[in-house]
Write a protein that binds this ligand. Structure first.
Ligand code: FES
Ligand code: FES
Length: 212
């Protein structure tokens, strides 16, 4: 009984001491954070973009990424934010015909650019051939990566058409042939957490084959 009481007291004291120490430590930290925190005033800029064939004029904080401009300001939420660090490809769009990670670039850097997002590739009644191929080959599960995969694949086929080699191209001078290795290498910037890769490759192969 005595031992229990001693133990209870001792533990209570310990908790009190710990709480007091934590409070003492957190006060100067919080105060110092408040003292040094300065919120820089936003610098606004006018930006004009052609998005999916439509002229858009925006007034944006210059720190706004192209991805946030599309999603938060133009409400084109088909383009997904996965990592926001250029590592997953979910935010892939076409910018002047080339694929780009929209999270890695500022909107103000693209004055007058021509942008195509997944919403501008096709319509529910008339899908882009790459969209139709993804449906046909079941190239998705949750679908989160799919807009980026499709935009990336569309641009990738243009890169192959232009003769741009990849890391696995054997002949840097010849037009690359789009085999399994080429597709996987060229699409390696687009991560699919559901692992729908083999069906994605089938979809791209289908479109590439019908083009040849
Ligand atoms: Fe842009 Fe992941 S959200 S690469
Ligand atoms: Fe789910 Fe690719 S389909 S992440």
């Amino acid at each position: 009984m005595v031992r229990d009481s001693l133990f209870t007291l001792s533990r209570r004291d310990l908790l009190k001491t710990g709480a007091a120490s934590a409070t003492l430590m957190s006060v100067p930290l919080a105060a110092s954070a408040q003292d040094t925190a300065t919120t820089p005033a936003p610098v606004m800029a006018e930006v004009s973009l052609e998005v999916n064939g439509k002229q858009q004029h925006l007034t944006l904080d210059t720190r706004t990424s192209l991805l946030d401009a599309l999603r938060e300001h133009l409400h084109l939420t088909g383009t997904k934010k996965g990592c926001d660090h250029g590592q997953c490809g979910a935010c892939t769009i076409l910018l002047d015909g080339r694929r780009i990670n929209a999270c890695l670039t500022l909107a103000v850097m693209h004055q007058g650019a021509r942008i195509t997002t997944i919403e501008g590739l096709g319509t529910p009644d008339k899908l882009h051939p790459m969209q139709a191929a993804f449906v046909k080959h079941d190239g998705y599960q949750c679908g989160y990566c799919t807009p980026g995969q499709i935009c990336s694949a569309v641009a990738m086929l243009e890169e192959v058409k232009d003769g741009i080699p990849s890391l696995v191209s054997e002949d840097l001078q010849a037009r690359p042939s789009l085999d399994n290795d080429e597709i996987r290498e060229r699409m390696s910037g687009n991560i699919c957490r559901c692992g729908a890769y083999s069906n994605i490759v089938d979809a791209i192969t289908d479109v590439a084959g019908s083009r040849a």
